[in-house]
Design a protein around this ligand. Structure first.
Ligand code: SF4
Length: 320
């Protein structure tokens, strides 16, 4: 093959190098599972498994197919309205590791290390916006590409920022894992986070805040930790909200009362605590004095929340 010019050429080059690879002594008689059958190289979402299974991908050449793990995976994928055409699937180790009795075995550390450059090249080529790891081996393999401290048990069900992308760690769909570690119902629930990550990927998120306010900083840290990218930070002191903007946000958060802060010093000094305020009065106050706005305000365009708690953010971001 000449010099690869296109993404397709480059993929073919990686696939042919993997097919010819004999680096792992115990896997020399196996052929790497990497071809067009792995999915779309333009997919926005990349799934990473452990290694091809004896009855599954090593036989069918299609990752997660032909065995019970594959059937479980297809069911989980369908539960979030994704098809194989939407994704690319690969694994931490491209060749099928076998025991002396020819049964599936866990890949050795050296095999994961040897195959890591292929995984890195696949990620760089596909450039997915969302990476989903299936099982702890796949999650750990990513550490060698860009270090993270995630453990599957604690990280499952959340989305993280990793290597400039969103990372959703999930359990492996094998029957053994379903029976002993993560049951069907839990896995179906975990997969919802993938759908949410995809929905959030292109969504505009505005945070109306004060950069030095500690609650606003906590909200920002929480968003970053859970992999949500704020598209715009708006300092409400430097760039105050208009009456129209205040009115719009108050509708999104559930009414003027939800957006109005009674903690403002002016609230007491103006004697407002002594009487019932009308919605219009609250809107006028918020539009003229930013300290009357309960901050921060997270604005998703069709939904918003004022103030910050992890639970309220999870709800508005669709996690629960
Ligand atoms: S598992 Fe990866 S590194 Fe090892 S022989 Fe197969 S392709 Fe090469």
């Amino acid at each position: 093959m000449g010099k690869p010019n296109t993404k397709k050429d480059l993929f073919e080059l990686i696939s042919s190098e993997a097919a010819a690879c004999r680096v792992c002594p115990d896997l020399c008689d196996r052929k790497a599972v990497l071809s067009n059958l792995n999915g779309s190289i333009d997919a926005k979402i990349l799934f990473i498994g452990e290694a091809p299974g004896r009855q599954g991908a090593d036989r069918t050449r299609v990752p997660f197919s032909g065995d019970q793990s594959g059937r479980n995976f297809d069911r989980f994928l369908a539960s979030i309205n994704l098809s194989r055409d939407d994704i690319f699937i690969t694994s931490a180790v491209l060749c099928s590791p076998r025991s002396l009795s020819d049964a599936n075995r866990t890949p050795k550390k050296s095999e994961i290390e040897n195959c890591n450059p292929f995984l890195q090249r696949i990620i760089e080529l596909i450039e997915p916006r969302v990476v989903v790891t299936l099982g702890s081996i796949a999650l750990a393999a990513l550490k060698r590409i860009e270090y993270h401290e995630l453990s599957l048990k604690e990280a499952v069900g959340n989305v993280y920022r990793w290597n400039g992308r969103l990372l959703a760690p999930l359990y492996h769909p094998s029957p053994q894992v379903l029976a002993s570690h993560r049951r069907e119902e839990q896995q179906l629930n975990d997969y919802k986070i993938v759908r949410n990550a995809l929905a959030l990927m292109d969504k505009k998120i505005t945070l109306y805040w004060l950069p030095h306010c500690s609650t606003c900083q906590k909200a920002d840290t929480y968003l970053k930790q859970t992999g949500k990218s704020v598209t715009e930070y708006r300092d409400i002191k430097a760039n105050p909200l208009s009456r129209t903007e205040v009115e719009r946000l108050s509708k999104l958060v559930g009414g003027a009362n939800e957006l109005f802060s009674r903690r403002a010093r002016l609230y007491r000094s103006m004697g407002l605590a002594d009487r019932e305020l009308l919605d219009d009065e609250m809107l006028d106050l918020m539009a003229t004095e930013y300290t009357f706005i309960k901050r921060p305000v997270l604005d998703l365009g069709n939904n918003a929340v004022s103030g910050f708690t992890g639970k309220s953010y999870d709800m508005v971001l669709g996690k629960e």
